[in-house]
Design a protein around this ligand. Structure first.
Ligand code: BTN
Length: 347
């Protein structure tokens, strides 16, 4: 709590989670109580409460008495996760921080010293980024945002199918938890009913011929509050919706907590990565094609917002390239170059 000590009138960066935890004490606390417990000014606490509300955190205000959280936050349980990883994914080392701008940027800043298998996750990612400069917006304790460093012995040219293999591992993990109906959009999105559920961003460094480092950044919407939905400018959904839809038979399945979700996904990634190193994307191609959201559909490929090709999405090649049947015949496209749009509604 010491790092939050301040007499400023604004909440110091990195203290939002500390405030949320103090508000979850079970007691109703006045601004003065909260300020005393956190060594902050009452103004800073008031500003912090406004930020929590804007994040969709339900802060109950009891007139004259003070504040409390309506329900406990679904915070990650680091000890439980580490025990689970020791069993199912001993190659991974987990680091959990309350807040950061971007787990991928933070991990990249530690690239020189971090060991392969380091996973960095946070409760609140303030400025996440996605492919092609897009923002990645997540909710406080309402999303999973994490990055995994994996050092590959092979050249970076062998990693063109990695984001697709990651998508297969993530969707398999979610399916094991009873979350079914998730499909994959080439090259790196997880969809449910045509709306975006998660995204994968792989940042590779190293030489095209020698060894390479991949920072695998993954964002998954778990239970996005309306306030967070409202600031995202594309159709999105969350795992809460997948769970309540059930297996399409009207039987909804309970949504596991964020720790259970993260544990299962990390276990799947830890199994997938050595296999990818040995066999490449070819080992995951069929599983990707089974989940392909656009197989047999008419799609357009864009580069810098201009259509560069259109045709029927047929599937993916052994290196992860998209196979598109166009007027010119069967063509292959690599993900660095283009993004995909459907001809109809949705993503
Ligand atoms: C995309 O859909 O364009 C990829 C989104 C990737 C978001 C994740 S969240 C964790 C990691 N940190 C980031 O800043 N980005 C990735």
């Amino acid at each position: 709590m010491d790092r939050c000590k301040s007499d400023l009138k604004v909440l110091p960066a990195g203290c939002l989670l500390a405030l949320a935890r103090t508000l979850s004490s079970g007691q109703i606390l006045s601004l003065g109580d909260l300020a005393a417990r956190m060594d902050l000014s009452p103004e800073a606490v008031g500003r912090g409460i406004d930020v929590l509300k804007s994040q969709g955190v339900k802060v109950i205000e009891q007139s004259g008495a003070g504040y409390r959280l309506d329900a406990p936050l679904d915070l990650l349980d680091g000890d439980r996760l580490r025990r689970e990883l020791a069993q199912g994914a001993p190659g991974l080392v987990l680091e959990l921080v309350d807040e950061c701008d971007s787990t991928s940027s933070l991990l990249a800043s530690r690239l020189a010293t971090a060991t392969s298998g380091t996973v960095l996750t946070c409760e609140y990612q303030r400025a996440g980024h996605g492919r092609r400069g897009h923002r990645w917006t997540s909710g406080l304790a309402a999303s999973l945002t994490f990055s995994l460093l994996w050092r590959f012995g092979g050249a970076s040219t062998t990693l063109s199918g990695l984001s697709l293999a990651v998508a297969v591992a993530v969707s398999r993990a979610l399916e094991r938890l009873g979350l079914s109906g998730i499909s994959l959009k080439w090259p790196n999105d997880l969809l449910f009913r045509g709306r975006k559920l998660g995204g994968i961003l792989i940042e590779v460094s190293g030489s095209p011929h020698g060894s390479s480092n991949a920072i695998i950044g993954i964002g998954l919407n778990v239970r996005l509050p309306a306030q967070v939905h409202a600031v995202i400018d594309r159709p999105v959904t969350d795992l809460a919706e997948v769970a309540s839809a059930g297996a399409g038979n009207g039987n909804s399945s309970p949504l596991p907590d964020r720790s259970a979700l993260l544990g299962e996904v990390l276990t799947a990634l830890a199994a997938m990565l050595p296999r990818y190193e040995q066999a490449g994307f070819a080992a995951f191609r069929a599983a990707w094609d089974e989940r392909h959201a656009h197989r047999g559909k008419q799609v357009r490929l864009l580069r810098d917002n201009l259509t560069v090709a259109q045709g029927e999405a047929v599937g993916v090649a052994e290196d992860g390239a998209l196979l598109l049947r166009t007027a010119r015949g069967l063509e292959r496209f690599h993900s660095g170059e283009v993004s995909l749009r459907t001809s109809g509604v949705g993503l």
